[in-house]
Ligand binder design. Structure first.
Ligand SMILES: Cc1cc2nc3c(=O)[nH]c(=O)nc-3n(C[C@H](O)[C@H](O)[C@H](O)COP(=O)(O)OP(=O)(O)OC[C@H]3O[C@@H](n4cnc5c(N)ncnc54)[C@H](O)[C@@H]3O)c2cc1C
Length: 423
């Protein structure tokens, strides 16, 4: 299968065809999935001296890693005040620090491998409910006082237009140290770096089964890999390959558009810099200006297999709610992708067998988290499991109804929160 028709694909740097697996290979590790999790695991494993084969069912970056909003937020998906309530300050600080290291991992990879992915700084959060006013100052204070992160500021309602030209937000929060990037170009850059480090990468090589043996035999339709370890990195695209981890995640579809180019001036009037923006809605809107002055806008999701017929028409109302002034602007690209969420919105890392590792469920906060998950899985495979154990020790829940019946329950739950967004 080829890539979806997205702005990312249209502006991709270095898409290249890679062969399908058509032989029997032996490796220390077989990584399944060619997104952030899989590529980061493979690259880090190769740097730790392991021989690695990576099998991707479609193309490198075909999944969420090549389709997402490109907003690399600080911290975890749940904010620190929530994390403190759930786990206490010490564990919350540890998770925050890991997320800081995750941003470092991205910055370092970009620099070390010369990945041209338009890495930019900054993130603005728009507060969409009057009752949330005060949250931005509280978060900024907590981060300064308990997380050694004195960089953020609350933004009063009158100052919101200095950042984003919308009347939709009651206040804002600005984090100058968050990042944005072109996610497909970052993914393609990681793949090139992994290959340079010795990883054998195969595309159009869907894994159909693997044995629960040591070594494991990983099979595709046309070949197999005998490996001492497996890393499962399929996230929202896992399907039925591994029911033991599938029940812990819910695949959901999220959608994006790229407008026609707005021109430098109109783009700057809309968002005053190259920083990313998202809001506090449960079904989050996220957006930023591209280097060719388009608005890249993500909004709307669904909870069933399949995308809306006309994704542009589906996403446009979300954009016009924030920016009614764009009603004359056309949409050049529209696409969707599948990510996975966990019940508690924390990443889900674990071991299914002594030699089978997995990372999934980054709940919409996967650019930094999935890259870091790949790194800590690599460390664990190489015998240093301290950081992996912290993630693997986080509480996990199975979706009610397991893989068969999780959709109806999820739909009801999501509808409830969507309604709350509107009230
Ligand atoms: C529209 C959208 C917007 C998003 N926006 C953001 C954002 O702004 N910020 C953020 O932090 N996160 C965002 N996310 C989430 C983020 O993209 C994901 O969390 C992250 O990309 C997950 O990476 P991954 O490598 O685990 O999974 P993926 O990138 O989905 O990769 C999984 C890969 O596994 C492959 N695969 C599946 N089954 C098999 C098999 N049997 N054999 C071989 N290969 C297989 C798939 O083809 C796929 O390429 C967004 C996601 C979407 C969809």
């Amino acid at each position: 299968m080829s890539y979806p028709d997205s702005w990312y694909v249209a502006t991709a740097d270095g898409i290249q065809d890679r062969p399908a697996l058509e032989e029997d290979l032996t490796a220390d590790v077989c990584v399944i999935g060619g997104g952030f999790t899989g590529l980061s695991a493979a690259l880090n494993l190769a740097e730790l001296g392991k021989s690695v084969v990576l099998l991707e069912a479609e193309r490198i970056g075909f999944g969420a890693s090549g389709r997402n909003g490109g907003l690399v937020g600080s911290g975890q998906r749940i904010e620190v005040m929530d994390a403190e309530k759930q786990f206490g300050v010490e564990r919350s600080r540890q998770l925050w620090n890991f997320a800081e290291l995750a941003k470092d991992e991205i910055r370092n990879r970009v620099e070390k491998h010369g990945i041209d992915c338009d890495l930019q700084k900054g993130q603005f959060v728009g507060v969409h409910k009057r009752s949330y006013v005060g949250w931005a100052q509280e978060l900024s204070d907590v981060l300064t006082e308990r997380y050694d992160y004195p960089f953020c500021n609350a933004v009063d309602r009158e100052e919101v237009p200095d950042y984003v030209a919308t009347r939709n937000y009651f206040e804002g929060f600005y984090d100058p140290e968050a990042l944005t990037l072109h996610p497909l170009n970052y993914t393609l850059g990681l793949a090139r770096a992994a290959e340079k480090a010795g990883v054998k990468v195969f595309e159009n090589s869907r894994v159909t089964t693997y044995s629960r043996t040591d070594p494991a035999i990983v099979k595709t339709a046309t070949g197999q890999v005998k490996a001492s370890f497996i890393v499962l990195a399929c996230n929202g695209y896992l399907g039925n390959l591994e029911p033991r981890s599938a029940g812990k995640i819910m695949p959901i579809n999220n959608f994006m558009i790229a407008t026609e180019p707005l021109g430098a001036e109109r783009a700057r009037e809309l968002i005053s810099g190259r920083f990313g923006v998202h809001d506090t809605r449960f079904v989050v809107n996220y957006y930023r200006i591209s280097d060719d002055h388009r608005l890249l806008f993500g909004g709307g999701e669904n909870y069933r297999p399949g995308f809306p017929k006309d994704i542009g028409k589906f996403v446009r109302p979300y954009m016009l709610k924030i920016f009614p002034q764009l009603k004359d602007v056309g949409v050049d690209y529209a696409w969707g992708g599948t990510l996975s969420v966990t019940v508690n919105r924390l990443p889900h890392l674990g071991r299914l067998e002594p030699n089978v590792y997995f990372g999934q469920g980054y709940s919409g906060h996967g650019i930094s988290t999935a890259n870091f998950a790949g790194k800590v899985i690599a460390e664990a495979v190489a015998g240093v499991s301290g950081r992996f154990d912290v993630f693997a020790g986080l509480p996990t829940h199975t979706f009610p109804g397991g893989t068969m019946l999780r959709y109806p329950g999820m739909v009801l739950g999501m509808l409830y929160y969507t309604l709350k967004d509107r009230l």
